[in-house]
Structure formats: C-alpha cells, structure tokens
Ligand binder design. Structure first.
Ligand code: AMP
Ligand code: ZN
Length: 113
C-alpha cells in the first residue's frame, strides 16, 4: 500500500517536494497544482487513507495540523484569510488516498475549491 503511495514517497524523499515545514509527525509542502496563490499540503508521515481510516490515537495529530495551519498560512503570505480542507472519498473529491490537509489562501479569485 505505502510503496506506491505518492505522498509516502514524498515523505521518504523519493519524490521531490517544496517543503516549508516538517517535524516528527508530519511534513508540509507546496501543492504541485496550486488552486490558490498559497496552497500547502499538510501530510502525516504515517500512511492512513483519510478521516474514515483515522483512529482515536490520531486525535493529537489531527489537532496539531489544525493549529499549525494559521501559522504556515501567515508565513506563506496568506494574511487575509485562508481555507483548511480535507477531501474524503470519491464524492469528497479525494485523489490521493493518504490523509492530507489543504491550506489555501492569498488574494482571490482562486482557480477552484
Ligand atoms: P486531493 O484531491 O485532496 O486528494 O488532493 C491531492 C493533491 O495533491 C492535489 O491538489 C494535487 O495537486 C496534489 N499533488 C499530487 N501530486 C503531487 C506532488 N507530487 N507534489 C505536490 N502535490 C501533489
Ligand atoms: Zn501514503
């Protein structure tokens, strides 16, 4: 499962990314197809598909990402608001099945979302 996961490969450094933050739990990098002037992806180092697969032990990690979003949005220049989004499943528009949190911001209009 994790061998072919693109975000696991990015976590392992096998695929390049423009990282802006990392710690023991997660990495954050620029989305390759930005939908807004600032578009970051917060990706746990641990592979799990989405919120459906999240367990009680992930509570701290999920909260950490929510609390990190405003800081990274501001550092990247989204000073007038931002959006924090997790897509889940086909109708949720999820493309990569390794849980991640989008942080979108910067002056509108945005391309999508
Ligand atoms: P989602 O639709 O929520 O699964 O979002 C997946 C996101 O990953 C999309 O916004 C893609 O543009 C982004 N993405 C896919 N491959 C890469 C990559 N190699 N580096 C950075 N972002 C990527
Ligand atoms: Zn993965």
């Amino acid at each position: 499962m994790t061998e072919n996961c693109i975000f696991c490969k990015i976590v392992r450094g096998e695929i390049p990314s423009r990282r802006v933050y990392e710690d023991d739990d997660l990495i954050v990098f620029h989305d390759i197809h930005p939908a807004a002037p600032v578009h970051l992806l917060m990706v746990p180092r641990e592979h799990f598909a989405n919120l459906d697969a999240a367990e009680p032990r992930h509570e701290r990690l999920l909260g950490k990402m929510q609390l990190l979003a405003p800081r990274l949005a501001r550092e990247q220049g989204a000073t007038n608001g931002y959006r924090v989004v997790t897509n889940n499943g086909p109708d949720g528009g999820q493309e990569v099945y390794h849980l991640h949190v989008h942080v979108l911001g910067g002056p509108r209009p945005w391309k999508r979302l």
